[in-house]
Design a protein around this ligand. Structure first.
Ligand code: F6P
Length: 555
């Protein structure tokens, strides 16, 4: 996909039309929009798979939506989408195809990287089958540790996309997991993370999944090396005997050579490919620990959920295309309303890590400030994504959402039923949880006028404090239940929303050069900490901090 001919976003007539429209419509309150249009709630609702998405409480009219769709047409979102699905090398700065959608296609699909011609789908399904065999063996107790013990705990070692996805999904699908088999996740190079994950485990019953696309990530290799030492010491095997590693370590990677170098038999390696970006990878073999926890059938159901939304994104008309609409709303708020952040507020304890997962998906994808040709952009790109599950956030930061000076568009995510087969807690909890979700959307949109406050007899000097301006936009995503399929649908929805925004902003959403500098500098600085080495080019502030650090360490 060559975007060289594309006009600059802010010089497109469609962008200009939105700017004019914004100037004309600004100040119109959601109260007025709803009062003037009784069909609004019903009309501004879209269905994608099992997801019912109400976007009526956004600061838009039918005209705004029409103009936004015009912008999507002018920026050829559909063309880039089709290029992605058909294996074009749309990650231009890394010259890579972007084919995470091939990870969830049925086995009879045909998808090839442009210019290579090989159908990637058979390899995807071969790895899925290999994962299934492994997961079943661990779950059934057929896979034994070095001493013959059954595996009781799987520890996933990875970071970023090799951690956040499976860790989030494991929490989300806890109710579907084998409760006799624990899965823990280690990511931070802070030794406390590994220590806390393993200190109470029996090495004979512990299996490590080392998950790293590159197998060169310093945090992961450091943790995996220490885990290997912990295992061998704990098993009490003779020094130099590493034969136990084969029963206690498997790897997930694209880099067989590095896996072998680390000492893991490549028979115990689960492959994926460079056309799967790290943050788009948990439905690849990166989901191995997850599949082991929830079982292959649930994992495949989750993949089917992803695929459902892939199909929706490819085929639904613009007016009904959920990822397109959500992406456009974000462009509207960032580009014209000055919104700098976006809150994702799941009303589900099981989605406790969902927003952390989305932070990488969104911010590593769209935290860019040059366009695809390398020119600085003059428009706002990705927002800060943040949030935690309701109702906890309500008693912490919702104050700012309701009465602060910033506009923070928010997604409220909830489920009609608590997860089946789980005790829903004492009677009434779920209804109360959902009542809070619905109430927050209402309060944010419609607020409480000073007249309403006065009518309650509130003292005049307190009226301003107790007035809620409202007009704070939310999108509500309601699904029947948090099943594996619904989780897949939700993640795919956000993946494609992020894609739409990157396409409109004309940035490469699939590279992550911005994380490189810190990695390089950390490697340079480390010898200064440990050996007091002279590091050329160290700035004065860093040099002074390093000196103080060494002093405190008694070095
Ligand atoms: O540093 C960023 C990053 O490259 C992410 O994009 C990636 O998910 C993470 O590091 C982990 O990389 P790997 O899977 O290669 O260890």
């Amino acid at each position: 996909m060559n975007a060289a001919g594309r006009a600059r976003l802010d010089r497109m007539p469609e962008w200009g039309a939105l700017a004019v429209h914004h100037a004309e419509s600004t100040g119109t309150h959601l109260r007025e929009l709803f009062a003037a249009d009784p069909g609004r709630a019903e009309r501004l609702t879209v269905r994608a798979g099992d997801l019912h998405i109400d976007y009526s409480r956004n600061l838009v009219t039918d005209e705004t939506l029409r103009l936004l769709r015009e912008l999507a047409r002018a920026t050829d979102v559909a063309g880039l989408r089709d290029a992605m699905f058909t294996g074009e090398r749309i990650n231009t700065t890394e010259d890579r195809a972007v084919l995470h959608t091939a990870l969830r296609t049925p086995s009879d699909a045909v998808v090839a990287v442009a210019g290579e011609g090989t159908n990637v789908v058979p390899a995807v399904h071969t790895v899925l089958t290999k994962m299934q065999v492994f997961a079943d063996r661990v779950r059934s107790g057929d896979w034994r540790g070095h001493t013959g013990s059954r595996i009781r705990t799987v520890v996933n070692i990875g970071i970023g996309g090799s951690d956040l996805g499976p860790a989030m999904a494991y929490e989300a699908l806890r109710a579907y997991s084998d409760r006799g088999l624990a899965v823990r996740f280690v990511s931070n190079v802070d030794g406390a993370d590994l220590y806390e994950a393993v200190h109470d485990l029996d090495p004979a019953e512990t299996l490590f999944v080392v998950a790293s696309k590159t197998f060169t990530t310093i945090e992961t290799i450091t943790n995996a090396t220490s885990a290997k030492e912990w295992l061998l010491a704990g098993l009490g095997v003779p020094a130099g005997d590493e034969s136990a590693v084969a029963r206690h370590f498997v790897a997930v990677s694209t880099n067989a050579a590095k896996v072998a170098e680390f000492g893991i038999d490549t028979d115990n390696m689960f492959e994926f490919w460079d056309w799967v970006g790290g943050r788009y990878s948990f439905d690849s073999a990166i989901g191995l620990a997850l599949m082991t926890a929830i079982g292959p059938d649930n994992f495949r159901e989750m993949l089917a959920g992803f695929h459902l939304i892939d199909d929706h994104f490819r085929s639904a008309p613009p007016e009904e295309n959920a990822p397109l609409l959500l992406g456009l709303l974000g462009v509207w708020y960032g580009g014209f309303h000055g919104a700098r952040s976006h809150a994702v507020l799941p009303y589900s304890h099981y989605l406790g890590r969902f927003t952390a997962y989305l932070q990488q998906l969104d911010m590593e994808s769209n935290g860019k400030s040059v366009d695809r040709q390398g020119r600085p952009v003059d428009w706002q790109t990705g927002p800060v994504v943040w949030g935690t599950p309701g109702t906890n956030g309500q008693h912490a930061y919702y104050q700012l959402l309701h009465q602060g000076t910033q506009l923070v568009p928010a997604d409220l995510i909830g489920f009609a039923r608590p997860v089946s087969g789980m005790p829903a807690g004492p009677a009434g909890h779920h209804d109360l949880l959902m009542a809070n979700l619905f109430a927050q959307g209402q309060a944010l949109a419609f607020g409480k006028t000073s007249e309403e406050v006065r009518a309650e007899g509130v003292a005049e000097e307190l009226v301003p404090h107790r007035t809620f301006p409202g007009n704070r936009p939310t999108t509500t995503i309601l699904a029947p239940e948090l099943t594996p399929s619904v989780l897949g649908q939700l993640v795919a929805l956000y993946e494609h929303k992020v894609f739409v925004q990157g396409a409109i902003w004309d940035i490469d959403s699939f590279d992550q050069w911005g994380v490189e500098l810190g990695k390089v500098l950390a490697k340079q600085v480390e010898p200064a900490l440990t050996e007091g080495a002279e590091v050329p080019g160290l700035d004065a502030s860093t040099a002074a901090l390093v000196a103080r650090y060494r002093e405190l360490r008694g070095r």
